[in-house]
Write a protein that binds this ligand. Sequence first.
Ligand SMILES: Cc1cc2nc3c(=O)[nH]c(=O)nc-3n(C[C@H](O)[C@H](O)[C@H](O)COP(=O)(O)OP(=O)(O)OC[C@H]3O[C@@H](n4cnc5c(N)ncnc54)[C@H](O)[C@@H]3O)c2cc1C
Length: 503
Amino acid sequence: MSQSSPLEIVIAGGGTAGWVAAATFARFLGNRASITLVESDEIGTVGVGEATIPQIHNLIVGLGLDQADFLRRTNASFKLGIQFAGWSGEGSEYIHSFGQTGRGVGLIPFRQLWLRGRALGVAQDFGEYSYNIAAARLGRMAKNAGTKTIPDLAYAYHFDASLFARMLRDYAEERGVRRVEGKIVDVERDAENGDIRALSLEGERRLAGTFFIDCTGFRSLLLGTTLEVPYIDWSHWLPCNSALAVPCESSDAFRPYTQATARSAGWQWRIPLQHRTGNGHVYCNAFLSDDEAAETLLANLDGAALADPRPIRFTSGRRAQFWSHNCLALGLAAGFMEPLESTSIHLVQSALGRLLNLLPGDLTRTASARETFNRLSDSEWARVRDFITLHYYANQRDGEFWEECRRMQLPDTLVEKIELFLDSGLFLREEEELFLDDSWGQVMIGQGIMPESWSPLADNVPAEDIGPFLESVARSYRLRAETLPTHRQFVADMVGDPVKERQ
Ligand SMILES: Cc1cc2nc3c(=O)[nH]c(=O)nc-3n(C[C@H](O)[C@H](O)[C@H](O)COP(=O)(O)OP(=O)(O)OC[C@H]3O[C@@H](n4cnc5c(N)ncnc54)[C@H](O)[C@@H]3O)c2cc1C
């Protein structure tokens, strides 16, 4: 009986979140569910969101997309990490790279050896021991670029978010997803249990379903407006509330990484795509006017602007529950943490993975799944929030905005992380934590939070061997990176001529 309860999924909204959801359901529930997506061309999408993290591979591989086709259709480039410029004061710079920094010796973690080497005065900058960073700085990229002792480069993509949504729409429609064009004007609820029964569309149309996915963006029409799930405001930890986005012509530099450059009250992103560069200025409007923000953005482009800057306002935070009644919110409808670590698309993906694992065959028995889903999502979002907050808190910049960030009262979970790192130089991965030890370590060290001691484990290596060991690691990465093709060449070889022509 249970397996025969109808799964009629209605997705409200067709931005990146809506089409990622539609494609995922079509791939994994296609033979079991009817899937309908409603969107309104008149309302449109946010349309930004061009940088990803390596977990995007789970989506691409999971859907069975061809990598070269994906690169071609979305004008994508490769991303080896994020360069943070100016966060520890003007002129400072570090890269938070994907992949691992250094290599341990037996059970001795690399970072502990580095800390000891630092105390001995024989260690270079921590970033010198990352293969990803060596390749990024040289503008190189390759797949299967490792050796017996060097791991492959860990990468994600930059892409045109609108083209990606379009690609997923084609994918979903080819697999039976029905797309309805129209504006949702009302939501019909069950008088007894409060579940959503149908969406009313303009023109007196009605879209009934048994499970609803709210992907209506910041409006959060179903979860927020209809089911009245409150919004938890995190702007005391993530103070930026405004963004201006503008594409510009490509420059000669086709960097395989995102740039996040600190400005007077926020930061500016630069994301190289095959056909253009994406730029944006994320800032706090209590410290900087919109006009000043636009001026700074336009004065710091790599090439001529291709449009007027587009303003977006937001409040970092999340809905108190992500799944309420028979409605689950994804993307901006669920919440938003500013884009410093490019985490939003990943949070859509991971929520979908969690839902697919938890969704019971019998839709009348979702209470335990819902509770577990919300608990795990709470934990995941809080850890990402802490990670982004760390960048603001641990800044060493001048100016009122940055000084105020340094004075913020941190969440207890982040205080614990910093204290453990200062005392032991390590991080422990908590439940559903996205960023791993290496990411935390790179950002802490990159922004000047430094343990003054090291694990006694590192004392197992004789002091005179530490320097040569560190040097051999850095050297092997550097030399290997020098043999790789340029990022431009690598993309050109995968997609054909457009990038090559500009060489
Ligand atoms: C400044 C900024 C930078 C970002 N950068 C990144 C990044 O680098 N990496 C990353 O992963 N993420 C990033 N994001 C987040 C990313 O843009 C979003 O997560 C992603 O685009 C998902 O948006 P969405 O689909 O939830 O909402 P939207 O794109 O807003 O889509 C909402 C959909 O709902 C529909 N809709 C709304 N109301 C109605 C209605 N009444 N009737 C019918 N349809 C309706 C709209 O038509 C639209 O189709 C960024 C976000 C911002 C604001």
